[in-house]
Write a protein that binds this ligand. Structure first.
Ligand code: HEC
Ligand code: HEC
Length: 264
């Protein structure tokens, strides 16, 4: 009996390790209708949904000037979760203050269509123009230091490697983990700061969320079980600038590791 149980446990563990590899080798079934997603992305829908392209770019690359994220190639199940969270108010857009209304005006089917479309985009992988941002007065981190945290974490400070959940160079490692490599610098910093703010309310067992956090700060609290808030809660401002500088420049493929998020 005992042996049977151990064998079953081993099989379960093996399946867990194998699953992402299988998922990345084959293109899985589409969540929704690609053509309808393209239509809404480029043209909007009625009076309530403006064209996504207006803020996320025709190519889905996002825009540092307004802090919008790159959506092109992003993991479809992750995009669907975010649109659902925006629609239900679990996540708040505190940048342009429009994503909540936009997502709520889409039907659940249309959210799947949007996820399918942006995931399919193979726009050039640009990353932010850090020189331009620096000229505009933004504080830019050190990519070499950021790389250390992404690859190895900071064990002395109990910070896990980002790679362990987000994959090599942030290319994503599975259906719930977003690709963060090639994401825009301004957006990366903003999300990490918001998640860090969200951790303050989560970790405390004695204070209510409102008591524990400064209400003027943005908070993102929609990650499952606080997985990401836990990590962000340990990052300093400098760490955040450093990982964002590395990740925005990280390439989608490299010799010996051809996997890119578009294969997910
Ligand atoms: C008015 C500008 C604007 C429009 C129009 C817009 N977005 Fe956004 N979107 C943003 C901004 C800004 C953010 C970042 C929000 C934040 O900082 O939390 C965002 C975030 C998102 C995210 C979260 C991405 C992530 O990595 O977590 C998704 C998904 C998204 N938008 C999809 C869409 C879709 C689909 C449409 C069209 C139906 C759309 N957006 C239209 C500005 C816009
Ligand atoms: C234990 C797993 C885990 C680790 C380790 C981890 N993350 Fe995450 N991260 C997540 C999950 C899960 C999400 C998606 C949350 C959601 O569903 O809204 C996420 C989301 C994010 C986002 C928001 C992406 C977007 O498009 O909005 C950023 C940025 C991010 N992580 C950066 C990092 C960095 C930098 C590190 C390393 C310092 C890191 N993560 C380590 C699990 C992890």
């Amino acid at each position: 009996m005992k042996r049977v149980m151990i064998t079953a446990a081993l099989v379960a563990v093996a399946a867990w390790f194998v699953a992402p590899a299988v998922a990345s080798a084959s293109t899985h079934e589409r969540l929704g209708n690609l053509d309808n997603g393209r239509n809404i992305f480029q043209n909007g829908k009625g009076d309530d949904v403006p064209a996504c392209a207006g803020c996320h770019g025709v190519d889905g690359n996002g825009n540092d000037e307004i802090g919008s994220p790159r959506l092109a190639y992003q993991v479809d199940t992750y995009v669907l979760k975010q649109l659902t969270d925006f629609a239900n108010g679990k996540r708040t857009d505190d940048t342009m203050y429009q994503m909540n209304d936009i997502a709520a005006a889409l039907t659940p089917e249309e959210r799947k269509d949007m996820a399918t479309y942006v995931h399919s985009l193979k726009s050039p992988y640009l990353g932010s123009n850090l020189d331009q941002l620096r000229r505009d007065g933004a504080k830019i981190g050190d990519p070499a230091k950021g790389k250390m945290i992404v690859e190895y974490g900071a064990p002395d400070r109990d910070i896990p490697a980002c790679k362990s959940c987000h994959g090599f160079h942030g290319r994503s490692a599975g259906r719930m983990y977003p690709a963060i490599g090639g994401q825009n610098y301004v957006y990366l910093r903003h999300e990490l700061e918001s998640l860090r703010n969200g951790w303050r309310g989560f970790k405390s067992t004695t204070l209510t969320k409102a008591q524990n956090s400064d209400k003027d700060d943005n908070e993102r609290t929609n990650d499952y079980m606080g997985q990401m808030r836990y990590v962000a809660g340990k990052l300093t401002d400098e760490d955040i600038a450093n990982v964002a500088a590395f990740l925005t420049l990280a390439k989608p493929t490299s010799p010996g590791n051809p996997r890119s998020p578009s294969h997910m």
